[in-house]
Design a binder for this molecule. Structure first.
Ligand SMILES: NC(=O)c1ccc[n+]([C@@H]2O[C@H](COP(=O)([O-])OP(=O)(O)OC[C@H]3O[C@@H](n4cnc5c(N)ncnc54)[C@H](O)[C@@H]3O)[C@@H](O)[C@H]2O)c1
Length: 344
């Protein structure tokens, strides 16, 4: 079994979590469940709230190995009454529920609005109504910036907010509700604007949620990995274990309160190069260029590379897992657990 070494937490940060009650909403999904594994390893008392909506990336198997250490609340985060009975137990809430598909957000903007905005208002309202003031860490996205940069220029947090899809608009609204409730009602919040996140426990059911996961699936199936156009758009990729470290630091460190932070990777690379790395690591599959679908051109963001100097300076975080090391662990994970992810 291959393992990765994510960005390490200080002793103080680790002690903060030992025996601490922590709520992870969306904790059966990709990022949430990897965070749950990291928290369980440190010794936190973790509760997950998730409704396993089949449209999204949740998977009961994602808690394999830590089920005994985790309390699971099967509920819709839009149900504010349920949340009112839950939130008061937690001073630390990682709010990881979300809808990630850009295409789905254009086809069903109401569903995106529900999952990226409505449910977050419900969580924040529940805190307000029971008079509880936890710290809430939100998962924002680089999609809030839209087509933010020219080639190789890194996007920092002061770049204009200019989403090119419904998802980006709603994610920004979701983020702003957290800061609004902080300002108006005294809870604390911060947002990490994530970029392409890859690794184990991602859904493998659809091409629409997470392009790297879909490329990995095609490669592992020995198929042609289909790349729209030349694949020369730059992307930065973070292994999910590094993302979990960043989320843990953001919750632990009061200097993060009220702040937004970009993540990013040391070496942005073209989608073509990412696919070539996947095929090389998987030792299967091949690259096939197909015409860029006309209907998707309007929501293509072009090159993106996040400037992560702010989180480096304030929280001390750095991406630690190289793409090749991370892909090797990811490929190994799905080879061992394929049956839990491949079925529709
Ligand atoms: N994956 C990425 O590359 C990426 C990039 C940028 C931002 N993000 C953000 O990170 C967050 C997590 O993304 P992910 O990739 O883990 O997604 P995911 O789909 O794997 O996980 C989302 C989880 O939320 C749960 N959920 C959805 N609606 C719910 C509801 N109403 N009530 C309770 N649970 C509900 C789902 O069942 C699922 O387990 C999202 O907010 C997303 O926008 C992810």
């Amino acid at each position: 079994m291959k393992v990765v070494e994510p960005f390490p937490l200080s002793d103080a940060a680790r002690s903060f979590y030992v025996q601490r009650p922590v709520l992870v909403t969306g904790g059966l999904g990709f990022i949430g469940s990897n965070l749950v594994h990291a928290l369980a390893k440190i010794g936190a008392r973790v509760t997950v709230l998730d409704n396993l909506n089949p449209k999204y990336g949740g998977n009961q198997f994602n808690l394999n190995g830590v089920e005994g250490q985790v309390e699971l609340i099967n509920a819709d985060q839009g149900e504010e009454k349920v949340l009112q009975n839950v939130v008061g137990r937690f001073d630390s809430i990682f709010n990881m529920v979300g809808q990630v598909s850009h295409i789905d957000s254009m086809e069903d903007p109401y569903a995106d609005l529900y999952t990226n905005v409505r449910v977050h208002i419900a969580l924040l309202e529940a805190c307000r109504k029971v008079g509880h003031k936890p710290k809430v860490v939100f998962a924002g996205t680089r999609g809030q910036y839209g087509r933010a940069n020219g080639a190789l220029k890194r996007v920092n947090e002061s770049a204009p907010i200019a989403p090119v899809d419904v998802n980006g608009v709603n994610k920004h609204a979701g983020e702003m509700y957290h800061f609004l409730y902080s300002h108006a009602y005294g809870l604390r919040s911060c947002s990490l604007r994530l970029t392409n996140t890859y690794g184990p426990r991602h859904t493998m059911k659809t091409s629409r949620q997470g392009v790297i996961a879909w490329f990995v699936r095609q490669a592992l199936d020995g198929q042609e990995v289909q790349l729209f156009g030349g694949g020369d758009q730059l992307r930065d990729c973070n292994h999910v274990a590094d993302v979990a470290s960043a989320l843990l630091l953001a919750m632990f460190n009061p200097a993060a309160d009220g702040e937004v932070f970009n993540l990013g990777s040391e070496e942005p690379m073209s989608l073509l190069r990412i696919v070539e790395r996947i095929v090389a690591v998987a030792e299967k599959g091949s690259v096939k260029h197909i015409p860029y679908p006309e209907h998707l051109k309007a929501i293509e963001i072009g090159d993106y590379a996040g400037d992560y100097s702010k989180i480096q300076k304030i929280l001390g975080w750095l991406p630690s897992i190289s793409l090749d090391t991370g892909l090797a662990e990811m490929v190994d994970y799905y080879r061992r657990n394929r049956d839990h992810y491949w079925r529709a």
